[in-house]
Design a protein around this ligand. Structure first.
Ligand SMILES: [Fe+2]
Length: 287
């Protein structure tokens, strides 16, 4: 018996898990139960769950049925206080990490290491549920389209908001994917466009681009289906970075401490398509 409790967080995405013993390795039945919840809900939350980076990585790789690379640094920090912390300030629009890369990165996890209230929430939105519930008329208009994702002009949809962190990606890396993209592991159809990373829909006029993307974003980010995760120390959140987008509220350098330990699944980035952004520890990891 896995002895786990799986409780849905909202109708679209997310499950809170209780009763997990953080042991390495996790037993087969536990992994089966967790994987089913992960594939079904896209995002798992564990609270008051004080674990180290090694367990965080073991859990994440168990969920995607993969083995961690032995030579990779296990964790980095997202922090407004720690030296060299990733994304140390600003607001983050909804995105999947490395949406521009040729191969999607399957999973991400964050753990609350040092969190002083009030702390900006991490926000989550589900692309599978968004596709399922997209009105038929809109579905018919975007079904056969492809979208281009990339940061080669900075984030494309900053919209004049100075709070939005605009990472200076010098790379001209980008990806082109179907708007109705099939998830490579679960087979679910996803509404695969995001506020932060999508440049344009291909093959439609500028006006139609603007109109369609605005309508798709309105549907994707309906407040009733977004989860705002308010951090506490000892929170672990693991999510499917292909099916679930994340963003966050504004973080200030002189605000309360917000230090989260980040462990990711395989980055799947070819060295020739990547140059590091200017703000983060990613520079250290790739140099
Ligand atoms: Fe991110």
């Amino acid at each position: 018996m896995s002895g786990l409790t799986v409780k849905a967080i909202n109708p679209a995405i997310g499950a809170e898990i209780e009763g997990l013993e953080p042991t390495i390795p996790l037993d087969e039945e536990t992994v089966r139960t967790l994987r089913a919840a992960f594939d079904d809900r896209g995002m798992l939350v564990f609270r008051d769950f004080f674990v180290d980076a090694a367990f965080q990585q073991h859990l994440l790789y168990s969920l995607i049925d993969d083995d961690p690379p032995p030579d990779e640094r296990v964790s980095v920090q997202v922090s407004n206080k720690e030296q060299g912390g990733l994304a140390p300030y600003g607001r983050l629009l909804f995105h999947c990490d490395n949406m521009w890369a040729r191969k999607p990165q399957p999973a991400i996890s964050l753990y609350g290491e040092k969190v002083e209230p009030p702390s900006a929430p991490t926000r989550f939105a589900g692309m599978g549920y968004a596709w399922e519930t997209l009105p038929d008329e809109l579905k018919a208009r975007v079904e056969g389209l492809e979208a281009r994702h990339g940061f080669d002009g900075g984030y494309p949809n900053r919209g004049g908001d100075d709070d939005v962190l605009d990472a200076a990606f010098p790379a001209s890396a980008h990806s082109v994917r179907p708007v109705a993209m099939r998830h490579p592991r679960t087979g679910q159809t996803l509404l695969y466009v995001s506020q932060q990373a999508t440049n344009e829909l291909l093959g439609v006029s500028d006006e139609e681009n603007e109109e369609l993307l605005a309508a798709l974003y309105e549907h994707l980010y309906r407040p009733e289906y977004v989860i705002d995760h308010d951090w506490r120390e000892g929170d672990l959140v693991v999510w499917d970075n292909i099916a679930i987008q994340h963003g966050r509220g504004t973080v200030a350098l002189d605000g309360p401490e917000r230090t989260l330990r980040k462990v990711t699944g395989p980055m799947n980035i070819d060295p020739d398509e990547y140059l590091p952004p200017s703000f983060s520890k990613v520079e250290e990891r790739t140099s």
